[in-house]
Write a protein that binds this ligand. Structure first.
Ligand SMILES: NC(=O)c1ccc[n+]([C@@H]2O[C@H](COP(=O)([O-])OP(=O)(O)OC[C@H]3O[C@@H](n4cnc5c(N)ncnc54)[C@H](O)[C@@H]3O)[C@@H](O)[C@H]2O)c1
Length: 360
């Protein structure tokens, strides 16, 4: 971490070490700065996510289970804590604290809101608080894009994409796909909310998207006519249950995790980001495990595919179910922080850590 020491911290006697340890400064990074740093960096973010999966797979990370805070009086809402630590060049710890309140959308604000706290590797001190709904959407779209590329290498590259659930995450995934060279002859959309469909269509128009855009009132026709499917709904339990809709063997990015009945999972090649994370919280793979009593239906992780250990068969649907790892948020958050340090635009909160002498 490029440390910016506070004046108070630098005058404090520190334990003898080869490098003098000081309490870091504390920066607050608003969404506008996060957006400015990440805008137009789609290929770089996909590469960053790819490298982070490699570090995670090599064991150079700590990524415990996420903690779900739920509310008896608001059963569809939740706040999730994703603590993590990552080594390599990133070398940082932290936690993403992300709320999902689907009711927000009716009020005109996004479902998800989040902050990311970054903690210094040496002292444990938190040194930055970043607006993190953009970071979270960015890393999600980046790993979806990475998966679309890696999982389609042994099949024809998809040209007909279908989005089921067209909110903010669908928008980011579309932007990342097109920002990394994908183009589509057809873009199909399906959503239970007419407002979401209108909003997504306007986004597609604004972004100058090529290809035919078609609205589907039923998921079946969209699934049957797409060779790449993106699920980004807020469904809490499966609403797609007929495996015969998938007999054309599409590539499915199952980002919202709970749309597919276990029968569809069991009839597909299944790739996850992390087995232990994904087989939790009633995701579709978790339901498949509960139904069969084993994990034999899992074919591997995205890293296994990247490393050439698993090659998804082209004659089966392939379903990618990513739980979303906190290490990815850390990597993107540290990238934003480092970029702002280099450009001199980091806003430090003076004297954030104030009680720095143990005995006053
Ligand atoms: N796996 C991950 O790491 C990860 C990361 C970020 C978001 N997500 C998930 O992505 C999903 C989408 O997030 P968002 O921020 O875009 O939400 P959003 O509320 O902006 O959009 C969700 C859309 O899905 C639609 N929808 C709900 N049920 C549907 C159904 N049965 N069929 C079709 N459409 C339906 C809603 O009308 C809405 O337009 C959420 O479930 C979120 O948890 C996953």
């Amino acid at each position: 971490m490029p440390t910016v020491s506070s004046s108070a911290a630098s005058s404090v006697p520190q334990p003898p070490t080869s490098e003098p340890i000081t309490a870091p400064s504390f920066a607050v990074i608003p969404g506008a700065q996060v957006r400015q740093v990440l805008r137009g960096r789609e290929p770089e973010m996909v590469e960053l996510v790819e490298n982070t999966y490699r570090l995670h797979s090599a064991g150079d990370s700590v990524n415990p289970q996420s903690y779900f805070l739920r509310f008896p009086d608001r059963p569809t809402s939740r706040i999730i804590a994703l603590p993590a630590s990552i080594g390599g060049d990133v070398n940082v710890a932290g936690v993403k604290w992300i709320s999902s309140f689907p009711g927000n959308v009716a009020a005109g604000i996004p479902r998800a809101s989040a902050v990311l706290i970054l903690n210094d590797h040496d002292t444990g001190y938190p040194f930055a608080c970043l607006e993190s709904s953009i970071i979270s959407a960015t890393r999600t779209a980046a790993f979806a894009t990475l998966a679309a590329d890696r999982l389609s290498r042994d099949r024809d590259r998809p040209v007909r994409v279908g989005f089921i659930g067209v909110g903010l995450i669908a928008r980011y995934i579309h932007a990342f796909l097109t920002g990394t060279g994908w183009s589509f002859e057809e873009i199909g959309v399906c959503d239970t909310s007419p407002d979401s469909i209108v909003g997504f269509q306007r986004y597609l128009e604004r972004s100058g998207t090529e290809g035919t855009v078609s609205v589907h009132t039923d998921a079946e026709s969209l699934i049957r006519s797409s060779d790449l499917l993106v699920f980004a709904t807020v469904a809490g339990r499966p609403h797609i249950s007929d495996p015969s809709w998938f007999t054309h063997n599409p590539l499915v990015l199952h980002v919202s995790l709970r749309d597919l009945a276990p029968e569809i999972v069991l009839a597909s090649t299944n790739i996850v980001d992390d087995v232990e994370h994904c087989l939790k919280a009633d995701t579709s793979p978790h339901l498949a495990e509960q139904l069969t009593g084993d994990r034999d239906f899992l074919d591997g992780t995205l890293h296994d595919v990247m490393a050439g250990k698993v090659r998804p068969r082209p004659d089966l649907p392939v379903v990618f179910s990513p739980f979303g790892l906190g290490v990815l948020d850390l990597a993107v958050g540290q990238y934003v922080y480092d970029t702002l340090v280099r450009s001199g635009e980091l806003d430090v909160v003076d004297d954030f850590f104030h009680e720095l002498r143990r005995y006053g």
